[in-house]
Design a protein around this ligand. Structure first.
Ligand code: GTP
Ligand code: MG
Ligand code: ZN
Length: 334
């Protein structure tokens, strides 16, 4: 069901991209407005792009009209070309087009922060060092399911894996591919799996997400070597990154793929509005919901719990079930 929703949405997106492209190929005269897409946005600084008459993407520095609300990388916007008092040309964002979706996270003070808009796929990147965190992966997956967007799970730096990480990555790969997600192990350093990732990025807008230092920017740079992208160092002691990427940025790949590189996080808390949303985020669990004896079953000690039954029968992975309950507990504690 989710697949169908997604593909319809993708069709809409492709149609609207084509429309935008046609709209974008005129050069705006003074006062004219045109459609563009946000390629990076930080504070008052916003860069957008549009196709010019020559068929190249033109990067435009824009100001933002007040009271437009949140704008995120990936947003489709309306830009007006004007002359300022000094006779200089300026570009002003005057509207944000309706979004397919908006990926958000909670900031330090609990405020909701937009990460990126109009996303078709989350590329959830972990590395062999520091060790992958299944709960973090599950939180990203639930966010993706609710956008809705596809999830692609990537384990980078596999050449660094010790025996323990190697077994963990193998187990997680089996788990996630078993419930229908594509999993790619890769090494930017040894050029393993990169072509496969590039291929999985075609025809949609993807965003790379994950902890700082796992190699998100390195993957983009490996696929698009001509780009000037800052790659960070990782701490010798912990293997953690130093938050090198500070602003999300959008890049074009071949086969109509678009990739957004995002700043690494320390943690990611998806914003759920209900327990149903959390359940919807677990593709392997949601098929059993509604089959419990009690309609308000919390799947803990109630008799006739279809989800616990499925766990006992090995149809649902135990760790996924634990993560599901943990996410519900954290949601209820909010
Ligand atoms: N050994 C090894 N190191 C890698 C690999 N991929 C990336 N790195 C290194 O990991 C470090 C961090 O890489 P980045 O690409 O900056 O990581 P990031 O995920 O973009 O980090 P933030 O921007 O801080 O979120 C750099 O020193 C890279 O050279 C790999 O496959 N193997
Ligand atoms: Mg980076
Ligand atoms: Zn139950």
């Amino acid at each position: 069901m989710a697949k169908r929703r997604l593909s319809k949405q993708q069709q809409r997106r492709i149609a609207s991209n084509q429309k935008n492209r046609i709209n974008n190929t005129f050069s705006a005269k003074d006062g004219e407005v045109f459609d563009a897409r946000v390629i990076s946005h930080h504070g008052r600084q916003l860069y957008a792009e549009r196709l010019n008459a020559a068929g190249d993407y033109e990067k435009i520095k824009c100001k933002i009209r007040q009271n437009l609300g949140d704008i995120a990388c990936g947003d489709n916007i309306v830009v007006q070309k004007v002359s300022n008092a000094a006779g200089k040309t300026e570009y002003i964002v005057v509207a944000i087009r309706e979004r397919d979706n908006l990926l958000v996270k909670t900031g330090f003070n609990g405020a909701i922060k937009p990460i990126a808009a109009n996303i078709g796929q989350l590329v959830i990147v972990s590395a062999a060092q520091p060790k992958p965190n299944a709960y973090l992966i599950d939180r990203y997956i639930t966010a993706a399911e609710n956008l809705p967007a596809k999830s692609l799970i990537v384990f980078n730096k596999i050449e660094l894996a010790d025996e323990e990480s190697r077994v963990l990555i193998e187990d997680l790969s089996r788990l996630y591919s078993g419930i229908g997600y594509r999993v790619i192990s890769c090494s930017v350093k040894q050029d393993i799996g990169i072509a496969e990732i590039a291929e999985a990025l075609s025809n949609t807008t993807s965003i790379l997400v994950g902890l700082s230092g796992v190699g998100k920017s390195s993957i983009v740079k490996k696929i698009l070597p001509e780009l000037e992208i800052k790659i960070g160092e990782t701490s010798q002691a912990t293997g953690e990154g130093r938050h090198t990427t500070t602003v999300s940025a959008l890049y074009h790949l071949k086969d109509d793929g678009i990739i957004i590189d995002s700043p690494g996080v320390r943690d990611f808390t998806p914003i759920h509005h209900s327990i149903e949303e959390i359940t919807h985020g677990f593709v392997d669990i949601r098929q059993y919901s509604g089959q419990c004896k009690f309609s308000n079953c919390r799947h803990r000690n109630e008799p006739g719990c279809a989800i616990k039954q499925a766990v006992a029968e090995g149809k649902i992975n135990e760790q996924r079930f634990r993560n599901y309950l943990r996410m519900i507990e954290e949601f209820e504690a909010q």
